[in-house]
Design a binder for this molecule. Structure first.
Ligand code: IPM
Ligand code: MN
Length: 367
Protein backbone atom coordinates (compact mmCIF):
# COMPACT_ATOMS: atom_id res chain seq x y z
CA UNK A 1 0.00 0.00 0.00
CA UNK A 2 1.68 3.13 -1.22
CA UNK A 3 0.66 6.46 0.27
CA UNK A 4 1.77 9.82 -1.12
CA UNK A 5 2.19 12.32 1.71
CA UNK A 6 1.73 15.96 0.66
CA UNK A 7 2.08 18.22 3.73
CA UNK A 8 1.81 21.60 1.95
CA UNK A 9 1.81 24.98 3.67
CA UNK A 10 0.99 26.66 6.97
CA UNK A 11 0.01 24.11 9.61
CA UNK A 12 0.03 21.36 6.93
CA UNK A 13 3.42 19.85 7.86
CA UNK A 14 2.64 19.87 11.61
CA UNK A 15 -0.68 18.08 11.33
CA UNK A 16 0.58 15.64 8.68
CA UNK A 17 3.45 14.64 11.00
CA UNK A 18 0.93 13.54 13.59
CA UNK A 19 -1.16 11.57 11.09
CA UNK A 20 1.97 9.81 9.81
CA UNK A 21 2.90 8.95 13.39
CA UNK A 22 -0.54 7.42 13.88
CA UNK A 23 -0.26 5.42 10.65
CA UNK A 24 3.09 4.03 11.81
CA UNK A 25 1.54 3.00 15.12
CA UNK A 26 -0.83 0.67 13.26
CA UNK A 27 2.15 -1.45 12.19
CA UNK A 28 0.74 -2.18 8.75
CA UNK A 29 2.85 -2.53 5.58
CA UNK A 30 2.54 1.04 4.29
CA UNK A 31 5.05 2.63 2.02
CA UNK A 32 4.98 6.40 2.46
CA UNK A 33 6.67 8.99 0.29
CA UNK A 34 6.45 12.76 0.71
CA UNK A 35 6.60 15.60 -1.79
CA UNK A 36 6.20 19.37 -1.83
CA UNK A 37 2.90 20.91 -2.79
CA UNK A 38 1.33 24.38 -2.75
CA UNK A 39 3.29 27.50 -1.82
CA UNK A 40 6.13 25.35 -0.50
CA UNK A 41 6.43 23.69 -3.90
CA UNK A 42 6.34 27.06 -5.62
CA UNK A 43 9.15 28.27 -3.37
CA UNK A 44 11.27 25.15 -3.94
CA UNK A 45 10.43 24.24 -7.54
CA UNK A 46 8.69 27.26 -9.08
CA UNK A 47 5.29 25.56 -9.38
CA UNK A 48 2.55 24.72 -6.81
CA UNK A 49 2.04 21.27 -8.35
CA UNK A 50 5.38 20.11 -9.79
CA UNK A 51 5.36 17.23 -12.30
CA UNK A 52 7.19 15.03 -9.80
CA UNK A 53 4.53 15.61 -7.13
CA UNK A 54 1.72 14.86 -9.58
CA UNK A 55 3.54 11.70 -10.73
CA UNK A 56 3.91 10.54 -7.11
CA UNK A 57 0.20 11.18 -6.44
CA UNK A 58 -0.78 9.27 -9.57
CA UNK A 59 1.46 6.30 -8.75
CA UNK A 60 0.27 6.01 -5.14
CA UNK A 61 -2.82 4.09 -3.99
CA UNK A 62 -3.90 7.06 -1.89
CA UNK A 63 -2.84 10.62 -1.15
CA UNK A 64 -2.77 12.14 2.31
CA UNK A 65 -2.84 15.90 1.93
CA UNK A 66 -2.27 18.60 4.58
CA UNK A 67 -3.33 22.05 3.42
CA UNK A 68 -2.17 24.73 1.00
CA UNK A 69 -2.21 28.50 0.93
CA UNK A 70 -0.42 31.42 2.47
CA UNK A 71 -0.91 35.19 2.18
CA UNK A 72 2.68 35.37 0.94
CA UNK A 73 1.53 33.93 -2.38
CA UNK A 74 -1.69 35.91 -2.87
CA UNK A 75 -0.07 38.29 -5.33
CA UNK A 76 1.18 35.57 -7.69
CA UNK A 77 -0.54 35.01 -11.02
CA UNK A 78 -3.50 32.68 -10.54
CA UNK A 79 -1.88 29.60 -12.12
CA UNK A 80 1.02 29.81 -9.65
CA UNK A 81 -1.02 30.23 -6.48
CA UNK A 82 -0.99 27.41 -3.89
CA UNK A 83 -4.73 26.69 -4.36
CA UNK A 84 -4.01 25.59 -7.93
CA UNK A 85 -2.24 22.55 -6.49
CA UNK A 86 -5.36 21.09 -4.93
CA UNK A 87 -7.54 22.06 -7.90
CA UNK A 88 -4.98 20.48 -10.26
CA UNK A 89 -4.82 17.27 -8.21
CA UNK A 90 -8.61 16.98 -8.13
CA UNK A 91 -8.84 17.45 -11.89
CA UNK A 92 -5.84 15.30 -12.91
CA UNK A 93 -6.78 12.42 -10.64
CA UNK A 94 -10.49 12.83 -11.54
CA UNK A 95 -11.51 13.01 -7.91
CA UNK A 96 -15.11 13.94 -8.62
CA UNK A 97 -16.71 12.80 -5.37
CA UNK A 98 -15.91 14.78 -2.26
CA UNK A 99 -17.27 13.34 0.99
CA UNK A 100 -17.38 15.75 3.89
CA UNK A 101 -18.94 14.26 6.98
CA UNK A 102 -20.15 16.65 9.68
CA UNK A 103 -20.27 14.65 12.87
CA UNK A 104 -20.78 16.14 16.28
CA UNK A 105 -18.65 14.12 18.68
CA UNK A 106 -20.63 13.63 21.91
CA UNK A 107 -17.72 15.06 23.93
CA UNK A 108 -17.78 18.29 21.89
CA UNK A 109 -21.47 19.16 21.75
CA UNK A 110 -20.79 22.29 23.77
CA UNK A 111 -18.10 23.53 21.39
CA UNK A 112 -20.80 24.29 18.81
CA UNK A 113 -22.14 27.82 18.52
CA UNK A 114 -25.61 26.28 18.16
CA UNK A 115 -27.77 25.11 21.06
CA UNK A 116 -26.66 21.62 22.17
CA UNK A 117 -30.07 20.09 21.46
CA UNK A 118 -29.81 21.16 17.80
CA UNK A 119 -26.47 19.45 17.24
CA UNK A 120 -26.11 16.63 19.74
CA UNK A 121 -25.85 13.37 17.80
CA UNK A 122 -25.53 15.24 14.49
CA UNK A 123 -24.21 12.98 11.73
CA UNK A 124 -24.64 14.26 8.20
CA UNK A 125 -22.66 13.65 5.05
CA UNK A 126 -22.15 16.36 2.48
CA UNK A 127 -21.28 15.00 -0.95
CA UNK A 128 -19.83 17.72 -3.11
CA UNK A 129 -19.20 17.27 -6.83
CA UNK A 130 -15.57 18.28 -7.18
CA UNK A 131 -14.41 18.47 -10.79
CA UNK A 132 -17.14 20.39 -12.60
CA UNK A 133 -19.40 23.43 -12.17
CA UNK A 134 -18.25 27.04 -12.27
CA UNK A 135 -14.89 26.01 -10.75
CA UNK A 136 -13.75 24.43 -14.00
CA UNK A 137 -16.27 25.54 -16.68
CA UNK A 138 -14.89 27.15 -19.82
CA UNK A 139 -14.84 29.80 -21.10
CA UNK A 140 -13.68 32.09 -18.33
CA UNK A 141 -11.65 35.22 -18.28
CA UNK A 142 -11.65 38.98 -18.68
CA UNK A 143 -12.71 40.99 -21.69
CA UNK A 144 -14.33 44.18 -22.79
CA UNK A 145 -18.10 43.99 -22.63
CA UNK A 146 -19.88 44.21 -25.95
CA UNK A 147 -23.42 44.10 -24.53
CA UNK A 148 -25.27 44.43 -21.22
CA UNK A 149 -25.66 47.66 -19.28
CA UNK A 150 -22.05 48.74 -19.66
CA UNK A 151 -20.77 48.00 -23.18
CA UNK A 152 -17.12 49.01 -23.50
CA UNK A 153 -16.43 48.42 -19.81
CA UNK A 154 -14.05 45.65 -18.79
CA UNK A 155 -15.72 42.62 -17.21
CA UNK A 156 -14.94 39.14 -15.89
CA UNK A 157 -16.88 35.93 -16.45
CA UNK A 158 -16.92 32.25 -15.46
CA UNK A 159 -19.06 29.45 -16.86
CA UNK A 160 -21.34 27.24 -14.79
CA UNK A 161 -21.92 23.93 -16.53
CA UNK A 162 -22.64 20.27 -15.86
CA UNK A 163 -22.94 17.37 -18.25
CA UNK A 164 -25.32 14.44 -17.72
CA UNK A 165 -22.59 11.87 -16.88
CA UNK A 166 -21.06 14.21 -14.32
CA UNK A 167 -24.38 14.54 -12.51
CA UNK A 168 -25.26 10.86 -12.86
CA UNK A 169 -22.04 9.61 -11.28
CA UNK A 170 -22.22 11.90 -8.26
CA UNK A 171 -25.93 11.04 -7.81
CA UNK A 172 -25.01 7.34 -7.72
CA UNK A 173 -22.38 8.04 -5.06
CA UNK A 174 -24.99 9.84 -2.96
CA UNK A 175 -27.70 7.18 -3.24
CA UNK A 176 -25.23 4.40 -2.50
CA UNK A 177 -23.86 6.28 0.50
CA UNK A 178 -27.40 6.81 1.82
CA UNK A 179 -28.11 3.11 1.41
CA UNK A 180 -24.94 2.15 3.26
CA UNK A 181 -25.58 4.60 6.11
CA UNK A 182 -29.17 3.33 6.30
CA UNK A 183 -27.90 -0.13 7.26
CA UNK A 184 -26.90 1.23 10.64
CA UNK A 185 -29.09 4.34 11.11
CA UNK A 186 -32.32 3.09 9.53
CA UNK A 187 -32.54 6.39 7.59
CA UNK A 188 -31.90 6.35 3.86
CA UNK A 189 -32.34 9.86 2.62
CA UNK A 190 -30.70 12.12 0.04
CA UNK A 191 -31.29 15.84 -0.15
CA UNK A 192 -30.16 17.26 -3.47
CA UNK A 193 -29.32 20.94 -3.22
CA UNK A 194 -29.63 23.16 -6.30
CA UNK A 195 -30.82 26.51 -7.56
CA UNK A 196 -33.29 25.15 -10.11
CA UNK A 197 -35.56 28.17 -9.71
CA UNK A 198 -32.96 30.42 -11.33
CA UNK A 199 -30.19 28.45 -13.04
CA UNK A 200 -30.57 26.24 -16.12
CA UNK A 201 -27.55 24.19 -14.98
CA UNK A 202 -29.29 23.31 -11.74
CA UNK A 203 -32.72 22.60 -13.29
CA UNK A 204 -30.80 20.03 -15.36
CA UNK A 205 -29.08 18.82 -12.18
CA UNK A 206 -32.47 18.31 -10.52
CA UNK A 207 -33.88 16.45 -13.57
CA UNK A 208 -30.89 14.09 -13.80
CA UNK A 209 -30.76 13.37 -10.04
CA UNK A 210 -34.49 12.55 -10.19
CA UNK A 211 -33.90 10.13 -13.09
CA UNK A 212 -31.06 8.35 -11.29
CA UNK A 213 -33.26 8.07 -8.20
CA UNK A 214 -35.54 5.66 -10.09
CA UNK A 215 -32.80 3.04 -9.55
CA UNK A 216 -32.91 3.54 -5.77
CA UNK A 217 -36.58 3.17 -4.76
CA UNK A 218 -35.55 2.31 -1.20
CA UNK A 219 -33.86 5.71 -0.73
CA UNK A 220 -35.91 8.84 -0.10
CA UNK A 221 -35.01 11.87 -2.25
CA UNK A 222 -35.91 15.47 -1.73
CA UNK A 223 -34.75 18.64 -3.43
CA UNK A 224 -33.87 21.88 -1.73
CA UNK A 225 -32.81 25.27 -3.03
CA UNK A 226 -29.36 26.24 -1.80
CA UNK A 227 -30.52 29.35 0.07
CA UNK A 228 -33.05 27.26 1.97
CA UNK A 229 -30.41 24.57 2.60
CA UNK A 230 -28.13 27.19 4.15
CA UNK A 231 -30.99 28.11 6.46
CA UNK A 232 -32.03 24.54 7.30
CA UNK A 233 -28.44 23.69 8.24
CA UNK A 234 -28.60 26.09 11.16
CA UNK A 235 -32.30 25.64 11.90
CA UNK A 236 -32.72 21.87 11.99
CA UNK A 237 -29.53 20.17 10.76
CA UNK A 238 -30.49 16.78 12.14
CA UNK A 239 -33.33 16.54 9.60
CA UNK A 240 -30.66 16.17 6.92
CA UNK A 241 -28.83 12.91 6.22
CA UNK A 242 -26.92 12.79 2.92
CA UNK A 243 -26.71 16.09 1.07
CA UNK A 244 -25.54 16.05 -2.56
CA UNK A 245 -24.70 19.21 -4.43
CA UNK A 246 -22.49 20.91 -7.00
CA UNK A 247 -18.94 22.12 -6.57
CA UNK A 248 -19.55 25.71 -5.52
CA UNK A 249 -22.64 25.19 -3.36
CA UNK A 250 -20.84 22.25 -1.75
CA UNK A 251 -17.82 24.41 -0.97
CA UNK A 252 -19.99 26.88 0.91
CA UNK A 253 -22.39 24.47 2.61
CA UNK A 254 -19.62 22.16 3.81
CA UNK A 255 -17.94 25.00 5.70
CA UNK A 256 -21.28 25.87 7.26
CA UNK A 257 -21.93 22.25 8.19
CA UNK A 258 -18.43 21.95 9.64
CA UNK A 259 -19.06 24.80 12.04
CA UNK A 260 -22.18 23.09 13.41
CA UNK A 261 -19.88 20.55 14.97
CA UNK A 262 -17.94 23.12 16.95
CA UNK A 263 -14.62 22.86 15.29
CA UNK A 264 -13.51 22.62 11.71
CA UNK A 265 -10.33 21.21 13.27
CA UNK A 266 -12.15 17.90 13.74
CA UNK A 267 -13.47 17.19 10.26
CA UNK A 268 -11.88 14.87 7.72
CA UNK A 269 -12.71 14.60 4.04
CA UNK A 270 -12.27 12.19 1.16
CA UNK A 271 -12.08 12.99 -2.55
CA UNK A 272 -12.63 9.86 -4.62
CA UNK A 273 -12.43 8.80 -8.25
CA UNK A 274 -14.57 6.16 -9.94
CA UNK A 275 -12.44 3.31 -8.55
CA UNK A 276 -12.36 4.66 -4.97
CA UNK A 277 -8.79 5.79 -5.26
CA UNK A 278 -8.61 8.97 -3.29
CA UNK A 279 -7.08 12.03 -1.79
CA UNK A 280 -7.70 12.60 1.90
CA UNK A 281 -7.42 15.95 3.63
CA UNK A 282 -8.75 17.82 6.64
CA UNK A 283 -11.71 20.08 5.83
CA UNK A 284 -9.85 23.06 7.26
CA UNK A 285 -7.23 25.20 5.54
CA UNK A 286 -3.57 25.99 6.12
CA UNK A 287 -4.18 28.54 8.93
CA UNK A 288 -0.93 30.49 8.35
CA UNK A 289 -1.73 32.63 11.42
CA UNK A 290 -1.00 29.72 13.76
CA UNK A 291 1.59 27.89 11.65
CA UNK A 292 4.72 26.82 13.50
CA UNK A 293 3.20 27.43 16.93
CA UNK A 294 2.46 23.76 17.59
CA UNK A 295 -1.15 24.44 18.56
CA UNK A 296 -3.09 23.25 15.50
CA UNK A 297 -5.57 20.43 15.98
CA UNK A 298 -4.24 17.32 14.16
CA UNK A 299 -7.44 15.29 14.64
CA UNK A 300 -9.06 16.20 11.29
CA UNK A 301 -5.96 14.92 9.50
CA UNK A 302 -5.72 11.84 11.70
CA UNK A 303 -9.40 11.12 10.98
CA UNK A 304 -8.73 11.71 7.26
CA UNK A 305 -6.12 8.95 7.48
CA UNK A 306 -8.84 6.75 8.97
CA UNK A 307 -11.14 7.55 6.02
CA UNK A 308 -8.27 6.65 3.69
CA UNK A 309 -7.93 3.27 5.35
CA UNK A 310 -11.66 2.66 5.10
CA UNK A 311 -12.43 3.82 1.54
CA UNK A 312 -9.29 3.29 -0.50
CA UNK A 313 -7.05 0.84 1.37
CA UNK A 314 -9.89 -1.42 2.53
CA UNK A 315 -8.59 -1.65 6.08
CA UNK A 316 -11.82 -1.05 7.98
CA UNK A 317 -10.43 -2.51 11.23
CA UNK A 318 -7.49 -0.12 11.17
CA UNK A 319 -9.86 2.78 10.48
CA UNK A 320 -11.95 1.74 13.49
CA UNK A 321 -8.84 1.60 15.64
CA UNK A 322 -7.96 5.19 14.80
CA UNK A 323 -11.49 6.44 15.30
CA UNK A 324 -11.92 4.76 18.66
CA UNK A 325 -8.52 6.03 19.77
CA UNK A 326 -9.64 9.60 18.91
CA UNK A 327 -12.84 9.09 20.90
CA UNK A 328 -10.87 7.75 23.85
CA UNK A 329 -8.55 10.76 23.78
CA UNK A 330 -11.49 13.20 23.71
CA UNK A 331 -13.12 11.21 26.48
CA UNK A 332 -9.97 11.53 28.58
CA UNK A 333 -10.36 15.32 28.45
CA UNK A 334 -7.52 16.37 26.14
CA UNK A 335 -8.30 19.36 23.93
CA UNK A 336 -6.36 21.51 21.48
CA UNK A 337 -7.10 25.25 21.81
CA UNK A 338 -9.73 25.27 19.04
CA UNK A 339 -11.93 22.91 21.06
CA UNK A 340 -10.74 23.92 24.52
CA UNK A 341 -13.31 24.15 27.28
CA UNK A 342 -13.39 24.60 31.03
CA UNK A 343 -12.16 21.64 33.05
CA UNK A 344 -10.35 20.08 30.10
CA UNK A 345 -6.60 19.89 29.59
CA UNK A 346 -5.33 22.01 26.70
CA UNK A 347 -2.53 20.39 24.72
CA UNK A 348 -0.50 21.13 21.60
CA UNK A 349 -0.42 19.43 18.23
CA UNK A 350 2.29 16.93 19.11
CA UNK A 351 0.83 15.95 22.46
CA UNK A 352 -2.52 15.31 20.84
CA UNK A 353 -0.90 13.05 18.23
CA UNK A 354 1.07 11.23 20.95
CA UNK A 355 -2.14 10.66 22.90
CA UNK A 356 -3.83 9.08 19.88
CA UNK A 357 -0.79 6.84 19.33
CA UNK A 358 -0.84 5.83 23.01
CA UNK A 359 -4.56 5.03 22.82
CA UNK A 360 -3.97 2.84 19.74
CA UNK A 361 -1.15 0.99 21.55
CA UNK A 362 -3.25 0.47 24.69
CA UNK A 363 -6.10 -1.01 22.66
CA UNK A 364 -3.68 -3.21 20.71
CA UNK A 365 -2.19 -4.72 23.86
CA UNK A 366 -5.51 -5.23 25.66
CA UNK A 367 -7.39 -6.87 22.77
C1 IPM B 1 -11.95 23.59 -0.16
C2 IPM B 1 -11.18 24.86 -0.42
C3 IPM B 1 -10.79 24.92 -1.89
C4 IPM B 1 -12.06 24.95 -2.70
C5 IPM B 1 -9.84 26.04 -2.28
C6 IPM B 1 -8.60 26.06 -1.42
C7 IPM B 1 -9.47 25.97 -3.74
O1 IPM B 1 -11.93 25.97 -0.03
O2 IPM B 1 -11.37 22.50 -0.34
O3 IPM B 1 -13.12 23.65 0.22
O4 IPM B 1 -12.65 26.02 -2.93
O5 IPM B 1 -12.50 23.88 -3.14
MN1 MN C 1 -13.83 25.47 0.91
Amino acid sequence: MKIAILPGDGIGPEIIDEAVKVLHALELPFEMESADVGGTAYANHGHPLPESTLALAKAADAVLFGAVGDWKYDKLERHLRPEQAILGLRKSLQLFANLRPAICHPQLTHASSLKPELVSGLDILIIRELTGDIYFGQPRGRRTAVDGHFPGADEAFDTMRYSRPEIERIAHVAFQAARKRGERSGVKKVTSVDKANVLETFQFWRDVVTEVHAQYPDVELDHMYVDNAAMQLVKAPKKLDVVVTGNMFGDILSDEAAMLTGSIGMLPSASLDASNKGLYEPSHGSAPDIAGKGIANPLATILSAAMMLRYTLRQADAADRIESAVSAVLESGLRTTDIASAGMRTVGTREMGDAVVAAIRTKTTTT
